[in-house]
Ligand binder design. Structure first.
Ligand code: ME8
Length: 659
């Protein structure tokens, strides 16, 4: 029988900055769902990628002094870039699309032309507010105090020739799709879309730009580039081979698929995207699911706010699976959630170390200790079954069906809740049976003890199968420890009790999830974050040069001299100041105070020949008079200020004038 096909996608990410934990959340969730469908035996196609066109990227590339393609190449393919991050997070995507890929560009041009030929795209005039320095059009509502939201300057009324998509034509069909089908999930998003966009009336959408060039040219009118959302949304079908020869999967049963997206882009996916597909005469996605945001201190993470959380640091510190698990366990998919490091550590300790980790390590350790690593044949049954044997079994046997319902309705957090009910029940079952007490008389209780441990291994096995989409690597280790062969790890085997061979080889391996010390872990995390922040700062930065000119005569009024350090000491009660006694060639000692103790110890400077400006008016510091200033060179390195006193050749006599 042919396998059922299942196609699932993440949004394609803007590679304008490095990705953060919010993007990771979205991709891990989609990966978990993709793995769940694979576990069910479906033929899964999982797509992710990057959305690389548009003015924002063009501007960022210009700032960085590289071409837009070089700029995105670095963030997508470069070290610790998008692809590296998905590899680290064990993301199992089958395809990765970049909207700069040739085949996608070709398809988008054809899609645009098809909609144009159908009369759904027409040429018109885009009217708006224009900011000349930014070369950007804004709508009235985007302005901040009537000015450009980017640079704060005045904007002018302006018009530009542009292509428009007849979105209004599809308003009734979109309303029907939203209100009368389960296309958009969760249901709460339907109300938002209808109230905010359909009820006020859908307007035609401007789908081309002429004010910048980093985009896909409209091939029959190349001064226009295709609006970035038409370009981006098309990825879900171009990656299957729609209107291109790169792939040939569009007609093979994967489309329509499921698009997982964040809540702020639900409008594009539930209104514009289906309207485009209707125009093309293609089926709309089976579902669009709009998940919530991970918030930090109650606000959305963003690079410009400087409050992004780096997934690399968390995964390297706590392990990829612990991070994947935390993201899926803690935040109800579909709602916003507050991220914090404390919550992450607490979740690892409570669920992974205490509940799951303990169940696996206690069970495997006892099979090792009491039975040398393999239970005796016959342990599947028990002459005197206890009520709690059946309780555990019933709960574990029924787990798959409740889990399935939750996964099918995009509620992975609820599915995990169900798995943990079984894990907690199994831990309680250990206490109810007190195996250590049974072990005291193996002759009398050995059979019962073996049965108890077999039941624990079975509960662990079933939970392990259903946890695999969330924590693939750790579950492999779990299966190895309980000796579960491949055929006992399948979707079918998750609904059956007694599948594990009675004499499976059980080994207590490494602790799957060691307990963390909250304070120590937080401290280490903060240090790693500070280190990464520092490393991300430019290696060396110097102050920009002054553009204001100083005339020659004014410059010549500054009297720079070579001076020799006769004595130097720290000024009492000051952390910064050093007090210099200097030979300036006049025969009278000169005193200069300088705030450089952070960089120099006084004893290291005695005897050095320095440069000072000697005709500044005297200045009092900490009650002492300073007559002049020592000259230094300063720059910033990884965000830290560095200072170097200018020291010259000791053969230069004190008092020599610099000119
Ligand atoms: O929107 N919490 O790209 P993008 C949860 N290129 N999800 C978050 C998040 C957070 N703090 N921050 C971002 C785009 N995301 C377009 C998509 S698809 C045809 C084009 C999610 O890189 C966000 O909600 O800005 C979105 O779903 C995804 O990351 C990509 O965001």
């Amino acid at each position: 029988m042919e396998k059922k096909k299942f196609y699932i996608t993440t949004p394609i990410y803007y590679p304008s900055d490095k990705l953060h934990i919010g993007h990771t959340y979205c991709t891990v969730a989609t990966d978990t769902l993709a793995r769940y469908h694979r576990l069910r035996g479906e033929d899964v196609m999982f797509l992710t990628g990057t959305d690389e066109h548009g003015q924002k990227i063009e501007t960022k590339a210009k700032e960085a002094g590289v071409t837009p393609k070089e700029f995105v190449d670095n963030i997508v393919e470069g070290p610790r870039g998008v692809k590296d991050l998905w590899k680290l997070m064990n993301i199992s995507n089958d395809r990765f699309i970049r909207t700069t890929d040739d085949y996608h560009v070709e398809s988008v041009q054809k899609i645009f032309k098809k909609m144009y030929d159908k009369g759904d795209i027409y040429k018109g005039t885009y009217k708006g507010k224009y900011c000349t320095p930014c070369e950007s059009f804004w709508t009235e509502s985007q302005l901040v105090d009537g000015k450009c939201p980017d640079c704060g300057r005045e904007v002018q009324d302006a018009e530009e020739e542009a292509y428009f998509f007849r979105l209004s034509k599809y308003a009734d069909r979109i309303r029907d799709l939203l209100e009368n089908t389960d296309f958009l999930q969760p249901r709460s998003r339907v109300h938002e879309m209808v109230k905010n966009f359909l009820d006020p009336g859908l307007e035609d959408l401007c789908v081309s730009r002429t004010s910048f060039s980093w985009g896909i040219p409209v091939d029959f009118d190349p001064k226009h580039v295709v609006y970035v959302w038409v370009d981006a949304l098309s990825n879900y079908i171009t990656a299957l081979g729609y209107d291109n020869d790169r792939y040939h999967d569009y007609d093979k049963g994967w489309w329509p698929g499921v698009n997982i997206v964040g809540k702020e882009i639900v409008r594009f996916h539930s209104i514009i995207w289906p309207a485009m597909l209707m125009s093309l005469g293609e089926p709309v996605p089976k579902h669009v699911f709009g998940h919530g945001w991970l918030l930090l201190d109650g606000g959305k993470m963003s690079k410009s706010k400087g409050n992004v959380v780096d997934p690399y640091i968390l995964a390297e510190k706590f392990g990829v699976d612990a991070l994947r698990f935390f993201l899926m366990r803690t935040f109800p998919f579909g709602s916003d959630g507050n991220f914090s490091n404390e919550l992450l550590i607490q979740t690892i300790n409570t669920d992974l170390a205490n509940d799951l980790g303990n169940l696996v390590s206690r069970t495997t350790a006892m099979v090792g200790k009491y039975f040398g690593g393999a239970l005796p044949a016959g342990c599947r049954t028990c002459a005197e079954p206890q009520p709690f044997d059946q309780e555990l079994r019933t709960l574990a046997e029924g787990l798959r069906s409740v889990y399935e319902e939750d996964m099918e309705t995009f509620a992975p957090h609820k599915a995990l809740d169900e798995v943990f009910k079984v894990i907690q029940r199994a831990n309680k079952y250990i206490d109810e049976n007190a195996p250590w007490a049974l072990a005291k008389d193996m002759e009398a209780n050995g059979k019962r003890l073996a049965h108890v441990l077999y039941n624990l291994l079975e509960a662990t096995r079933i939970c392990g199968i259903l946890l695999t989409p969330f924590m693939p690597e750790s579950c492999e280790k779990l299966f190895a420890q309980i000796g579960a062969p491949a055929e006992s790890r399948t979707w079918d085997a998750a609904a059956e009790w007694g599948v594990l061979p009675e004499t499976a080889a059980v080994t207590k391996g490494e602790n799957l999830f060691p307990r963390l010390d909250m304070d120590k872990a937080l401290e280490e995390l903060e240090a790693a974050e500070a280190e990464a922040k520092k490393a991300a700062l430019p290696a060396v930065e110097v102050e920009p040069q002054l553009t204001e000119k100083v005339d020659f005569d004014t410059f010549c009024k500054s009297d720079f001299r070579a001076v020799k350090v006769k004595a130097c000491e720290a000024v009492k009660k000051s952390e910064k100041l050093l007090r210099f006694t200097l030979d300036d060639g006049t025969g009278v000692d000169r005193q200069i105070l300088s705030g450089i103790h952070k960089w120099y110890e006084p004893e290291d400077l005695v005897g050095k020949t320095l440069i000072a400006i000697v005709n500044l008016p005297p200045r009092k510091m900490m009650g002492l008079e300073s007559n002049g200033m020592l000259i230094s060179a300063v720059h910033t390195e990884h965000g830290e200020e560095c200072l170097h006193l200018i020291m010259v050749d000791d053969s230069i006599p004190a008092g020599a004038k610099l000119c």
